[in-house]
Design a binder for this molecule. Sequence first.
Ligand code: ADE
Ligand code: ZN
Length: 351
Amino acid sequence: MTLDAALAERIRRTPKAELHVHIEGTLEPELIFRLAQRNQVKLPYSSVEALRAAYAFTDLQSFLDIYYAGASVLLTEEDFFDMTMAYVERAVADNVRHAEIFFDPQTHTARGVDIEIVIDGIADALAQARTQYDFSSSMILCFLRHLSEEDAFATLEAALPYRDRFVGVGLDSSERGNPPEKFARVFARARELGLHRVAHAGEEGPADYVRDALDILQVERIDHGVRAIDDPALVERLARERIALTVCPLSNQKLKVYPDLRDHSLKKLLDAGVAVTIHSDDPAYFGGYMNANWEATFEALPLDAADAHRLARNSFEASFLRPALKAEYLTEVDRFWQSASPPEPARTATA
Ligand code: ADE
Ligand code: ZN
């Protein structure tokens, strides 16, 4: 399917919110090498090209192995700042107005990097982005699900002195064999603390993990969730309860969840009334940021301008923004799509 040029332009320009991006997944190979040099970290790749050539993933785990290796160059607050600022500049260029950014403290604390360095470096860049680009954002602390719940608890406790810097918790890393129930207690604690809750579910794992993330972890959004399509009752529930699925099409393609985007469940879920949104996941690894994800999806699936308007709206509606700012963004989205619509055909007056 070819994407109409006028619609492609509108998709690029529409205001949008990014609700599913791992900040460590925005580390471009060039920056990985620059930081490795700055910090005297030895990489198992001889060049940027050799590293890029290794980005031939067969599944989630084959990606995660390289992604954690890439993050090993991050040591100082300045490294986290530079990585975050580079992401913000890409997002702003794609007309992302608001982002809720995942970070994985355990990837860094396990290497001896203090959680304060991680949080301060990212938060300082986001504060600068707010004044420099009028870019709103928040941070979501993710637990690595291949590690124990005890480790997740220790991470949450270590982050509590910085409680005002993040709005919620998430769950990522290897899904298969690490079901939501493994983290029931730490999510209950996060809820007590007034934190928002999201979780990766139904990416490689079954539709049941989506249901368990809702029932056991009491999450407010599901990251990916594309396997929900296997369970019609679950799809109906997602639609009824307005649970957003933060879908990342290029990630799904590169990790072989949907090797061919034409088979992606996004359009079916949207048509079933599910609050689907489109995001970039780990854009430095999967071949593109927000607009690349939107364009590839619209190229592959029979989506039209009304779908694009809905997807843009969904992204702000599903955000954890305070209601007044959310309403402002939604007005901006609606104005954009109303003014960008082709003019109505001239009507002849009837008496
Ligand atoms: N961490 C970074 N990207 C991820 C993904 N797509 N799934 C699970 N964990 C991740
Ligand atoms: Zn993700």
